[in-house]
Design a protein around this ligand. Sequence first.
Ligand code: C5P
Length: 251
Amino acid sequence: MTERPQPSPAAPVALPADARDRLIVALDFPSAAEAITLVDRLDGACQWFKVGLELYLAAGSSIIKALEDRGHSVFLDLKLHDIPNTVAGAVRSVAAIGPGLLTVHAAGGPVMLKAAADATANGPVLLAVTVLTSMDGPQLQSVGVFDSPADQVLRLANVAIASGIRGLVCSPEEVGRLRAALGPQIILVTPGIRPAGSAAGDQKRTATPGVAIAAGASYLVVGRPITEAPDPAAATRAIVDEIAAAGKSAI
Ligand code: C5P
């Protein structure tokens, strides 16, 4: 098994030098077999894979082991959001499975976030999800949030950082503002990525890979523009090339 690049829960954040290590492909599939077929088709074109609720609930922790056995790094996107004691226990259970990154919802509030951060001493790096990239202003208003998505993202980001969380998930539209406000040490992970010409689908706050990296994203999450591409490996390589080109002129 090759050594997998993982951010450490305690160490300062160093951006991966290789653009292949800054792309996280979202494996939003209903079975392990379909996910592994895609991983094998990509043939090492990227390092990281994201396992979300659909795949994790279908395949269980064995999918994480299968990815790690292939030398890949795993982002487990469970978006935990519950009372502090329950989330802390879930974080400890996930630590035993061994992914490099794990998400919690920043909207869980400071006590929940601190409980999660305290529970992950030896486990995955926690990322706090701010406002889902599928939410826009009217949708936020429908659940009682009358600030703009950008203001709500910044509010939740500050709550998460003050609670001991070192990474955030935000849309490309907010990444520049968060990078400027929070400095270089915070990990910013950005879904809602759409290469030029690809369909937005249900995503509302999107940008191209180059724009997101130039604005300060540490890692990009890309799903359907790769998994639904006629040639997923070629789509992956094109995004990695765009990350490399934008990274040269960015942070
Ligand atoms: O297919 P697409 O590129 O839109 O996939 C984006 C991935 O990022 C999905 O797996 C989705 O669950 C995840 N995600 C997101 N917005 C967030 C957090 C995670 O789209 N705020």
